[in-house]
Design a protein around this ligand. Structure first.
Ligand code: GLN
Length: 530
C-alpha cells in the first residue's frame, strides 16, 4: 500500500475533503517521513559532511504551526465547510519566502535572526487553499547557485536518488523534499533555472511560470526582472492545482500580471492532438567556458540526455502531436554570459538593503562609525557567493563599463526573446505550441565536484536560463533514468501565459509513459524504508 507521505497532493486533498482522511493524519505521515529520511536540519554551525546518507532538505521544521493548521482544516470539515482544493496537503516553502513570525533566512547568516513581519503572497494563497506548511527548506545562499552547497546552513540538501550527489539548486531543498515524500508539493523560485534544474536532478515536476503570473511579494529578491515563484510537485496535476492557488494579480506587486486566471486543471486530460512541438539543434549542444583558453567551446550533449528528449518527442507524436524539427534558436548560447551580467547587477542592487541596521545580522565589533558598521556586518553576514555577485554586479554596471557589459547584455536578452517570438508566432515558419528540450546538460553531479568553480556551476543553467530572459513559462518533467539510475529531466517552453498548454502536454507525456519501467523506480533513500 502506498504510504500516505507518497500520495499525490490531489489524492490527499480528495480524501480529506471526502472525510476519508484527516489533515492531522496526513501531517503525521509527512512528519514521520521527515524523521525517517531527513536527518539534522541545516544550521549555521553544521558540518558539511554530517549524516551523508540523509536528505537534509530542511532549515526549519515548523511542527507547531503545522499542527495548528491541520487541526483548523479538520475543524472546518467538521463544521461542514470546504477547506479548499489543497485541503490538508503537507507542503514546504523554500526559505526565500517570508512567513510571518517564522525564521526567513534566505540560507544566509545575514538573515539568520530574521523573523518576517509579513507573509509572502504565494504562502498566504496556498494556505488559504488548505495546504499545511511543514517548514522552510534549504537553498543556495540567496538562491545563488545550482547545487545547494553555497547555503550558510549545513549540512545542505542531498539528492534522494543518491545522497552523494547534489539535489541541484537553488531550490534543492524543495526538489529533494518532494522527491523524498517530505510534503507533496513545495514552493520554489526560478531566476535562471532554480526550480527546473533541481526538479530535473531529483526526478520531480517543476514549473517556472510566465514572469508576472505569480506575485513576488514576500520573495526575498535576487534578480527582480527574472525571479518567478512556482511549484515543485511529483506529478503534473499537482503542479497545476498549486498554480491555480498561487497565481494571479496582486495589488502588492505591481509586476504581477492582470491577465485572467484560467483553471489549469480543466484541459489537463485533453491530449496533444494537432499540437506543434518543436525540437531545436541549438538546445542539443552545450556551451562551456574553457578556463585554459578563456574561450567558449561547444560540446555534444550527453547521448542519454539527447535520447531522452527524442524518446519524449516520439511519445508525444504517438499521442497525435506534430513534431517540428530544426527550429533555430540561435541566441541560446549567449544565455549564460548575458545572465551572468544582468543577474549580478540586479543581485548587487537587491543586496544593498542588508546593512545590519534595520534587520538581520549586525556586527558585535566595536566600530568607529556607521560605515564601518555596514562594512563589518556585511563582511560577517554574507557568504562568498553573494560577495562575488556584488563585486561583479558593481563592476559591470559601473559608469565606465556599463555600455560594454550591462547594456550589451540587455540587447542580447532582447535577441533571446526574439528567438522565442519567432518560434511561437502564429504567422511564423514554425507556429509552435511548445519547444521540447532537455532541462539540464548533465544528471545530478557529485557533492563537492563543482562547488568553488562558480563559472562552471553557472553553466548548469544553460538550457533553462533563456526562458527567464524571455519571461516565458517552462515546465520540467521527469523524462527517464540514466544508466547510473539518476533522473533525466525534459523541458517544455511555451509562449507567454501558456502554462495551461505546457501542463496539458506534460500530462499527455505522463500518460504516454505511464507504463515505462523507469516510472516504477524510487529514490534510493526511500527504497531503504520498510
Ligand atoms: N543557478 C543560477 C544562479 O546561480 C540560478 C539561480 C536561480 O534561478 N535562482 O544564479
Amino acid at each position: 500500500m502506498t504510504h500516505l507521505a507518497d500520495l499525490p497532493a490531489h489524492e490527499i486533498a480528495r480524501r480529506i475533503r471526502a472525510g476519508e482522511l484527516r489533515a492531522t493524519e496526513a501531517l503525521d505521515a509527512a512528519l514521520e517521513r521527515i524523521r525517517a529520511v531527513d536527518g539534522a536540519p541545516g544550521r549555521l554551525d553544521g558540518g558539511r559532511d554530517e549524516q551523508p546518507d540523509k536528505v537534509h532538505a530542511f532549515i526549519s521544521v515548523t511542527e507547531e504551526r503545522a499542527r495548528a493548521q491541520a487541526a483548523a482544516v479538520d475543524a472546518r470539515l467538521a463544521a461542514g465547510e470546504d477547506p479548499g482544493p489543497l485541503a490538508g496537503v503537507p507542503y514546504t516553502a523554500k526559505d526565500i519566502f517570508t512567513v510571518k513570525d517564522v525564521l526567513s533566512t534566505a540560507a544566509s547568516r545575514i538573515l539568520s535572526n530574521f523573523k518576517a513581519p509579513y507573509t509572502a503572497t504565494v504562502v498566504e494563497r496556498i494556505e488559504a487553499a488548505g495546504a499545511v506548511m511543514l517548514g522552510k527548506v534549504n537553498l543556495d545562499e540567496f538562491t545563488y547557485g545550482s547545487s545547494n552547497e553555497s547555503s550558510a546552513y549545513q549540512p545542505s540538501s542531498r539528492n534522494p536518488w543518491d545522497p552523494s550527489r547534489v539535489p541541484g539548486g537553488s531550490s534543492g531543498g524543495s526538489a529533494a523534499a518532494v522527491a523524498a515524500g517530505e510534503g507533496a508539493i513545495s514552493l520554489g523560485t526560478d531566476t535562471g533555472g532554480s526550480i527546473r534544474q533541481p526538479a530535473s536532478f531529483c526526478g520531480v515536476v517543476g514549473l517556472k511560470p510566465t514572469y508576472g503570473r505569480v506575485s513576488r511579494y514576500g520573495l526575498i529578491a535576487f534578480g527582480s526582472s527574472l525571479d518567478c515563484p512556482g511549484p515543485v510537485a511529483r506529478n503534473v496535476r499537482d503542479a497545476a492545482l498549486t498554480l491555480n492557488t498561487i497565481a494571479g494579480p496582486d495589488p502588492r506587486d505591481s509586476t504581477a500580471a492582470n491577465a485572467p486566471l484560467p483553471d489549469y486543471t480543466v484541459a489537463l486530460e485533453d491530449g496533444v492532438k494537432g499540437m506543434r512541438i518543436g525540437l531545436s539543434p541549438d538546445y542539443d549542444k552545450l556551451t562551456f567556458f574553457n578556463h585554459d583558453t578563456g574561450k567558449m567551446e561547444s560540446r555534444e550533449m550527453p547521448e542519454e540526455i539527447s535520447k531522452a528528449v527524442l524518446a519524449a518527442a516520439e511519445a508525444l507524436a504517438a499521442q497525435g502531436a506534430e513534431i517540428v524539427e530544426g527550429v533555430p534558436m540561435p541566441h541560446t548560447r549567449y544565455g549564460i554570459p548575458c545572465y551572468t551580467v544582468i543577474s549580478r547587477v540586479e543581485a548587487a542592487s537587491n543586496l544593498h538593503r542588508y546593512d545590519g541596521v534595520k534587520y538581520g545580522h549586525r556586527s558585535a565589533a566595536k566600530v568607529k562609525d556607521l560605515r564601518e558598521l555596514y562594512r563589518r556586518s556585511r563582511a560577517e553576514g554574507l557568504g562568498q557567493e553573494p560577495k562575488l555577485r556584488i563585486l561583479m554586479g558593481m563592476y559591470v554596471s559601473a559608469a565606465q563599463y556599463s555600455e560594454q557589459y550591462y547594456r550589451r547584455a540587455l540587447q542580447v536578452r532582447s535577441l533571446i526573446r526574439g528567438d522565442f517570438d519567432d518560434a511561437f508566432v502564429a504567422k511564423g515558419a514554425h507556429k509552435l505550441d511548445a519547444l521540447l528540450t532537455a532541462t539540464t546538460p548533465t544528471t545530478a553531479f557529485g557533492m563537492a565536484s563543482m562547488y568553488g568553480d562558480s563559472v562552471l556551476m553557472q553553466f548548469a543553467d544553460q538550457l533553462t536560463v533563456t526562458a527567464n530572459h524571455a519571461g516565458v513559462p517552462a515546465l520540467s518533467l521527469p523524462g527517464g533514468l540514466s544508466a547510473e539510475r539518476l533522473p533525466i529531466g525534459i523541458q517544455l517552453i511555451g509562449p507567454d501565459f501558456s502554462e495551461a498548454t505546457l501542463l496539458r502536454i506534460g500530462r499527455a507525456y505522463e500518460v504516454a509513459t505511464a507504463d515505462a519501467a523507469w516510472r516504477t523506480e524510487r529514490p534510493a533513500v526511500l527504497a531503504q524504508l520498510k
